[in-house]
Design a protein around this ligand. Structure first.
Ligand code: FAD
Length: 420
């Protein structure tokens, strides 16, 4: 760490989510003494989203438990929070941020942590709005919770992580669930077939009806709900529809500012955008990822926090880079599943334990024998050890990986460059 700007400087954070909160918190804990303004569109204080599809949706979680900044913390850290305000323009030449309400603030350094918004299907806007749901915000989670309380049947479009978590929570609430996934298998974008198959079985064993490999031809409103026509002519009716078809990075502002974009705001390993006075972090940012050997935009809790910390430090003169192996977790039916690296690139899975039966870890290898990722089912500890190995550029010998009598930290390993 070299120079830490003092006194007169103003740093502005656009976005009111997890990454924004961590940027603000880190700037203060690292010694920034200037004016700090956080501008977030949502009316809520910055919070973490994972519980929105799990405990909070089920009614067992509280807002306090997920809040990252509250009035007390903000006052202590001297973060001026402008909540419920959307930033509509940034004048890069004059270095001024303007909100929809017409408020403005001049900045010395700007941070964009605008995240993403849930993707919608075209043509759905004519449907009864109380029947169609997306799940990105606290408000939407509260709304879906209210809907599930009176629902008999929920239809989930999209067999990705959000769709599957909501399916599991809805089942726990006693609601019948059908999941429709256009791809032939679940989580096909990020997971290998062995994990898709396991997820499929897990959900069916809890009574979820799975319809895979079939797209949606149309959605209409009915007297008491919605009806979906499938591409193969099938028809499904439900009380409510959840769209779990991914997010789009919120790049509108960055695009208008002329920053470099590529499915997200392009940043370097310190979170710096194509304008050196502007940083970006979280779901909206595409960073060069050393483990992947390419650039990635990650949508995960760990990325939102840790990339934000690196960017905030870099803005104060820090030299650290963001070089973490991708990591994501999900909880469904009391099963904890964690993903490390890029398991979807694996062509070969080596199982340790019996993940398909409820406890174990798949190590994924590519065609050259390089460990590209892993998926752990109720085996977080094994994954933690594996992460350390991969960080050191090593991987356990695939033959030894299956040996559950030896603790994972004592397994023989080799440089992770594939087979000789
Ligand atoms: C339901 C759900 C469950 C999840 N579960 C998991 C999980 O189990 N594990 C995991 O690793 N990850 C999970 N995630 C992903 C994780 O929550 C996200 O990666 C993380 O929230 C990203 O944080 P962010 O701050 O980058 O973006 P966001 O959380 O999207 O925050 C961006 C904020 O910026 C605001 N904003 C946007 N544009 C403007 C503007 N112009 N002016 C002002 N404000 C603006 C938005 O309103 C929003 O509040 C989950 C996400 C969701 C939605």
């Amino acid at each position: 760490m070299t120079a830490i700007p003092q006194g007169g400087a103003t740093y502005v954070v656009v976005g009111g989510g997890q990454a924004a909160a961590w940027i603000a918190r880190t700037l203060r804990t690292e010694g920034f003494t200037g004016r700090l303004v956080l501008i977030g569109e949502e009316p809520h204080w910055p919070y973490e989203r994972p519980a929105l599809s799990k405990a909070f949706l089920q009614g067992t979680g509280s807002v306090e438990a997920i809040t990252l900044l509250n009035p007390t913390l903000a006052e202590e850290a001297r973060v001026e929070c402008w909540l419920g305000q959307r930033v509509t323009a940034v004048d890069r030449a004059a270095r001024i941020v303007t909100t929809a309400d017409g408020r403005s603030v001049a900045y010395d350094t700007l941070f964009l942590a605008t995240g993403g918004r849930a993707r919608r299907l075209p043509g759905l806007d004519s449907l009864p709005s109380d029947r169609v749901h997306t799940l990105r915000t606290l408000t939407e989670s509260e709304r879906l919770r209210g809907a599930l309380a009176g629902a008999r049947h929920l239809l989930v479009l999209g067999g990705g992580w959000i769709g599957l978590e909501v399916a599991a929570t809805a089942r726990a609430l006693g609601v019948a669930v059908t999941v429709v996934e256009a791809a032939p298998r679940l989580c096909a974008r990020t997971m290998p077939p062995v994990v898709s198959d396991w997820l499929h079985t897990l959900h069916e064993s809890h009574g979820v009806r799975m319809v895979t490999g079939v797209g949606v031809a149309g959605v209409t409103g009915t007297a008491g709900g919605i009806a979906v026509t499938l591409a193969d002519g099938g028809r499904l009716e439900a009380d409510h529809l959840l769209l779990g078809i991914g997010i789009e990075p919120e790049v509108g502002l960055a695009a208008a500012m002329g920053l470099a974009l590529d499915d997200g705001i392009v940043v370097d390993a310190q979170g710096r955008t194509s304008d050196p006075g502007i940083f970006a972090a979280g779901d909206v940012a595409r960073h060069p990822n050393a483990f992947a050997g390419t650039s990635l935009r990650l949508e995960s809790w760990a990325n939102a926090q840790n990339q934000a910390i690196v960017a905030a430090r870099a803005a104060l003169g820090g030299t650290g880079v963001y070089a973490e192996i991708p990591w994501f977790w999900s909880d469904q039916y009391g099963v904890n599943v964690q993903m490390l690296g890029l398991p979807g690139l694996g062509t070969h899975a080596v199982a340790r334990g019996t993940p398909e039966a409820g406890s174990g870890c798949w190590l994924m290898l590519d065609g050259s024998g390089v460990a590209v990722g892993a998926v752990a089912v109720n085996a977080a500890r094994d994954l933690r050890v594996l992460r350390k190995l991969l960080e050191d550029g090593r991987a356990p010998l695939p033959g030894a990986w299956t040996d559950t009598t030896t603790p994972v930290q004592r397994l023989p390993s080799r440089p992770n460059v594939g087979l000789d």
